[in-house]
Design a protein around this ligand. Structure first.
Ligand code: PLP
Length: 407
């Protein structure tokens, strides 16, 4: 594609931002299954070691298949945004082997012993454990508040000047609560504190946190970005290009959480259909939520697309559409939860989310089975809670399956 041709649409960006150039003129970026790269001469080697582009040295440092996926995600997160000088926003993405690996790079490259991190109380379990087990063990303090209260955020920053990073997950897993990215970032910036956002549930199609002045965006690419459940992966994006290429990149390669060429290839293919998948995911989810809300066996539906949800207005303010993950509470508790799950005929019993097919899980008997009841209740994981990641199947079939399982 010509560099002069400005891409105006998200799908075109997802398909063409990374370009199609490679030595063999392959249409798709090949799977560069190689651990290392050859140098023509010693001088060639020196140039590549000295340069900022480390994609052709050693695959823990970078690899052309990773670059294709990284450039696509960077283009999607920056789509239509401008930097402080009014120029198109430039981002640097670093692909990792998992969301957890990307999160480790984010936290460890920005925090040191004696610093503190501030975050919301509803977080993905792995993030919470990374904070409370790994960060805490390295002498980094973890401060958790309900970030939907801006007063609590201001108070925490006032009382703890050691806070160096504010980490927001919105919508949050598993409660689907939303945090006001613009408002929290504004408060954090009065204290020069770095802000990162976990954008996994939304994807750049539904929400672009860099628009609100944040410093980093994180994704578990395992979910909607890949879209087909074919690979675990994670990505960290930053707008301070120099820092991303030096200190953040250094932590990334030292921690060793690099991606691999096959998973990067699968991700690059999956992202090409992001826009049309998300449109269908969201339309289906809205219809499913409307169906569940009226069902007599259901006590409550947690979905920000419903006006009954406390974060409905905030979701409308910062997201294009409310996404496709929801949870609902069965009136019959644990037994009703297990029965419902066992009766499903088409929807798939599995944890994870963001795949093209509908995934349903019952945390009390699955992901949170080993956690004492009192403990999980504190996080809103009640006996009859069902989590649903609505897929892109035909909506009639999804609703028919849920309906028969609820009988
Ligand atoms: N963040 C969120 C919101 C998640 O849902 C997950 C996984 O479910 C992660 C981070 C961790 O990602 P991964 O499982 O790819 O390591």
């Amino acid at each position: 594609m010509s560099e002069k041709f400005l891409l105006k649409g998200i799908s075109s960006t997802a398909m063409h931002a990374a370009g199609h150039k490679n030595a063999e003129d392959a249409h798709l970026t090949p799977i560069f299954a190689t651990s290392t790269f050859t140098f023509d001469t010693a001088e060639d080697g020196m140039d590549r070691f000295a340069g900022t582009d480390k994609t052709r040295v050693y695959s823990r440092w970078g690899n052309p298949t990773f670059t294709a996926a990284e450039e696509t995600i960077a283009a999607l997160e920056a789509f239509g945004l401008k930097d402080d000088n009014g120029q198109p926003l430039q981002l640097k993405a670093l692909l990792h082997s998992s969301g957890q690996a990307a999160m480790s790079t984010l936290f460890l490259s920005n925090l040191k012993a004696g610093d503190a991190i501030l975050s919301h109380y509803s977080l993905y379990g792995g993030t919470q454990e990374l904070m409370t087990k790994v960060l805490a063990a390295t002498g980094i303090e973890v401060i958790i508040v309900d970030m939907r209260s801006l007063n609590l955020v201001s108070e925490a920053l006032q009382q703890h000047p050691q806070i160096k990073l504010v980490h927001i997950e919105t919508p949050a897993n598993p409660t689907i609560q939303c945090v006001d990215i613009a408002a929290v970032t504004k408060i954090a910036k009065t204290k020069n504190v770095i802000v990162s956002v976990d954008n996994t549930f939304a994807t750049p199609y539904l929400q672009q946190p860099f628009k609100f002045g944040v410093d980093y965006v994180f994704h578990s690419t395992t979910k909607f970005l890949n879209g087909h459940g074919t690979a675990i992966g994670g990505v960290l994006l930053g707008k301070d290009l120099e820092k991303m290429r030096t200190s953040v990149w250094k932590w990334h390669v030292l921690l060793g959480g690099n991606s691999n060429p096959f998973d990067a290839f699968l991700l690059a293919q999956g992202m090409k259909t992001l826009e049309i998948r998300m449109e269908r995911h969201c339309a289906n989810a809205q219809a499913v939520a409307a169906f569940l809300e009226k069902h007599p066996a259901i006590a409550q539906v947690n979905f920000t697309g419903l006006s009954s949800h406390p974060d409905h207005e905030l979701c409308k303010k910062q997201m294009r559409l409310p996404g496709a993950v929801m949870s609902f509470e069965l009136k019959g508790g644990l037994d009703a939860g297990k029965q419902f799950i066992n009766q499903l005929q088409m929807c798939v019993r599995a944890i994870s989310l963001g795949t093209v097919d509908t995934l349903v899980s019952h945390p009390a008997s699955m992901s949170h089975f080993g956690i004492p009841r009192e403990e999980r209740l504190k996080y809103g994981i009640t006996d009859g809670l069902i989590r649903l990641s609505v897929g892109i199947e035909n909506i009639e079939d999804i609703i028919r399956d849920l309906d028969q399982a609820l009988q």
